[in-house]
Design a protein around this ligand. Structure first.
Ligand code: R5P
Length: 294
């Protein structure tokens, strides 16, 4: 029976008390199998954090600005990313096969931006994820969306298949136009994704109580970038996310739509891995880009 009152009253997240790691650096992953841990260790550095570069937007919206030529715009950024998030079509067609970058491969899809986006299906066989040398697969979950239940089933199907071959699943909270990105909604979506088996969750940042979203989610929370923001605002969001306990960023447009994407991804790394504050990261962007501000 639904307990909406209990949901509204959930407040004791003990945000000041870190989750025990039980001897493994990735949150909630200490009891997983060896192969799964190896793959998670490629994505999450020894500090338990990651900078993922997301460029899978074409799977539902075609050639987005900055992604017109992935071979020219994205491939050169690889050395600064801890993991690359894209589609199998782009990895196979546009990336060199001799690199060892961890790949997080899009595994759901179906509708284009012209249709109802929650109408997705599983769009990748786990055997092909293995052939691609995937370190993880990613699936969209539309909590509160028209096809909520099917999107959950897409995820649990991939989790079950992934458990068989040691490939972790990144559950992505897809927030529909009519839903509010507040801590209650994001807390609901991230917790559902983790409880139903995903080994990591991608979600949006929210100003209020984001630390409660993170504390209430037993696996790593990775923050999506969203639409391009001014440099200081994007780095501020990255900083606040990390301060709230997020395990990293999975940014796309805020990196590849910049005048200097390479400077931006390095500034984000500074925040995630090197403890830079916002002013230091903004200065790093300015220096590395040769004085650019956008
Ligand atoms: C959409 O759901 C895709 O997973 C994108 O990869 C994701 O939104 C991250 O890209 P951006 O930082 O541009 O929002």
């Amino acid at each position: 029976m639904a307990d909406l009152e209990g949901n509204l009253n959930a407040k004791n997240f003990h945000t000041e008390t870190p989750t025990p790691d039980y001897g493994f650096h990735v949150k909630g992953a200490s009891h997983l199998d060896f192969g799964m841990k190896r793959r998670l260790s490629r994505i999450f550095q020894a500090d338990g954090r990651t900078v993922m570069l997301a460029f899978d937007h074409g799977y539902f919206q075609g050639p987005t600005r900055g992604l017109e030529r992935v071979d020219l715009n994205i491939v050169p950024l690889g050395p600064w990313a801890d993991a690359l998030m894209g589609t199998r079509g782009i990895f196979r067609s546009s990336f060199p096969a001799d690199g060892n970058m961890p790949l997080v491969v899009r595994a759901s899809g179906g509708p284009s931006i012209l249709r109802e986006l929650s109408d997705e299906h599983v769009a990748l066989d786990m055997a092909d994820a293995v052939r691609l040398d995937s370190s993880a697969v990613a699936v969209q979950v539309f909590v509160g969306g028209e096809h909520e239940s099917r999107s959950i089933q897409n995820m649990t199907t991939l989790v079950d298949q992934g458990m068989k071959v040691g490939i972790p699943v990144l559950g992505v909270t897809a927030v529909g136009k009519n839903l509010v990105r507040d801590s209650r909604y994001l807390g609901l979506a991230t917790r559902m994704i983790a409880e139903l088996g995903a080994q990591m969750v991608k979600t949006y940042y929210c100003e209020q109580d984001f630390e409660e979203v993170v504390a209430g989610c037993p696996v790593p929370v990775i923050v999506a970038g969203g639409k391009k923001l001014p440099v200081p605002e994007a780095l501020d969001m990255a900083y606040r996310s990390i301060q709230a306990g997020a395990a990293g960023l999975d940014m796309g447009r805020n990196i590849f739509q910049r005048q200097s994407p390479s400077a931006m991804i390095q500034a984000v790394r500074g925040v995630v891995h090197d403890g830079l504050n916002v002013a230091e990261a903004v200065e790093q962007y300015r220096e590395l880009s040769g004085g650019l501000t956008d």
